[in-house]
Design a protein. Structure first.
Length: 323
């Protein structure tokens, strides 16, 4: 296999640098779709490449060739494959690790979503909106069939009646667009490749921005949406929730109401407020093109690696037939 086989393992690091510019520079809907799909492509290609590198190591083992009734020549595979055995062993080890991590994340997210849906079905009342008697300022959407919106009396008291409509529009956007699935898929990709974690974090931010823009479209006042988010954040800081919020819930203040910044700089809530007070975002051609180029190059490199592996298998089989 040639050097192209290693590029899908390096491209996610480059994609991570583009995550935040895409999340803040593109319209939130487009950013969410692009980052989620790109994460899945990068994670899938990287995992496939690890598998192909591991297979080149297995082809070198004479015992496996004999167990396969001599369908390939281990000597020929070693002679024609430029990949060293140590690289193949390392790739196989990493493949086992990332498969285990991705499998664990898949099981956890499936259980989380199933639990959230069961909880949504058990919430009191027939309506989509559920008001709970709790002085803590909380508001979140629980995915389900149908999904439910949970708002505490503390949050209702903290906001004006006109701001209640903004709150509900934001939460309905989470349910209508199934934002929890975007977050789950991005997290699954990050579990398969930790280099993609910045993309998963950004998807968590862009789904909130998407809901913000939906609320702004419903009210026609972006500044009022920004003020509502700010007031809700201040109210949440002053109070402490007594109820257990489902892990799959999304709310006005972000996933599980997280208000603290993950890294340096302002946190997600101040960034959302600033984005609403600025003009609506427009597409950034160069960042979009760069990210799409990385995803396409990753897929092409993985396809080239698959072709190289197929050629190696044919050479090894041909050598076994001649011998």
């Amino acid at each position: 296999m040639h050097v192209a086989v290693y590029l899908p393992l390096l491209f996610p690091a480059l994609a991570a640098f583009l995550a935040r510019p895409l999340g803040e520079g593109l319209p939130p809907r487009a950013a969410t779709w692009l980052l989620t799909a790109g994460s899945l492509v990068l994670a899938t290609a990287g995992t496939a490449v690890l598998g192909m590198l591991a297979v080149t190591g297995l082809l070198r083992i004479p015992l496996l060739a004999r167990l396969a009734d001599g369908h390939w020549s281990a000597h020929a595979a070693q002679q024609h494959d430029p990949t060293s055995l140590s690289v193949a062993v390392l790739a196989g080890t990493l493949l086992v690790v990332v498969t285990a991590l991705a499998g664990r994340m898949l099981v956890r997210r499936a259980r989380t979503l199933a639990s959230a849906m069961a909880e949504a079905a058990c919430l009191p009342g027939p309506d989509q909106l559920v008001i709970v008697d709790d002085p803590a300022a909380e508001a979140y959407a629980v995915p389900g069939n149908p999904g439910r919106i949970v708002v505490s009396t503390g949050m209702l008291d903290a906001l004006e009646p006109t701001e209640h409509a903004i709150l509900l529009a934001h939460e309905r956007a989470h349910l209508d667009h199934r934002h929890h699935l975007f977050v789950a898929l991005a997290q699954l990709a990050a579990a398969a490749n930790p280099l993609l974690r910045p993309l998963a974090t950004t998807v968590g931010y862009t789904v909130e921005r998407w809901a913000d823009e939906d609320a702004a479209a419903c009210t026609g006042d972006r500044a009022q949406v920004a003020r509502t988010i700010g007031k809700a954040a201040l109210a949440a800081r002053r109070t402490r929730g007594r109820s257990r919020i489902p892990a799959a819930a999304l709310g006005l203040l972000g996933r599980l109401g997280r208000l603290r910044p993950v890294g340096p700089g302002p946190g997600p809530v101040p960034r959302r407020v600033a984005a609403l007070l600025a003009p609506a975002p427009r597409s950034r051609t160069w960042t979009t093109a760069a990210f799409l180029g990385l995803a396409a190059a990753t897929a092409l490199c993985a396809a080239e690696a698959a072709h190289d592996l197929q050629t190696l298998l044919e050479l090894a089989e041909h050598a076994a037939t001649r011998s």
